[in-house]
Ligand binder design. Structure first.
Ligand code: 5GP
Length: 130
């Protein structure tokens, strides 16, 4: 069965898209640690990050780098944190989280955003994606 992220990539489930290329898709986390929390996903469905080939892993990191650069321009924060977990969704994804405090990367404190806030954040980040 297709993962929830494959359904998002295929447009069957809506998302706040930030960036896309042939092999990757980036969108806002629906339950963000902080404003701008973005997930970067390879379109190829693989469960665990280290089951990717070395080339696929490097491609994912390069794409994540470009998304992180856009986040740095779009969101005021101390730095962009990066984390890979995957305990909830078994489809590889990189969390990129704008950080101001250690708890922003601990997946405990969550930010409640309106639909309008999600839309404007996604627009602002994608504007800076190169
Ligand atoms: P992990 O698998 O790394 O533990 O966490 C999965 C992440 O995916 C969580 O931060 C969760 O909020 C996010 N997530 C789960 N389902 C959806 C969804 O349908 N849409 C979006 N945008 N994010 C999701």
């Amino acid at each position: 069965m297709a993962s929830i992220f494959t359904k998002i990539i295929q447009g069957e489930i809506p998302s706040y898209k930030v960036a896309e290329d042939e092999k990757h898709f980036a969108f806002l986390d629906i339950n963000p640690n902080a404003k701008g929390h973005t997930l970067v996903v390879p379109k190829k469905e693989e469960n665990k990050i280290f089951d990717l080939s070395e080339e696929e892993y490097s491609d994912l990191m390069s794409f994540s780098y470009r998304v992180a650069k856009a986040l740095e321009k779009a969101i005021t924060c101390k730095r962009i944190g990066m984390s890979v977990v995957g305990l909830e969704v078994p489809h590889v994804h990189v969390h990129l989280v704008p950080l101001n405090a250690m708890e922003d990367i601990q997946f405990t404190k969550k930010e409640k955003l309106t639909n309008e806030e999600f839309i404007s954040l996604a627009e602002e980040i994608s504007k800076h994606f190169e």
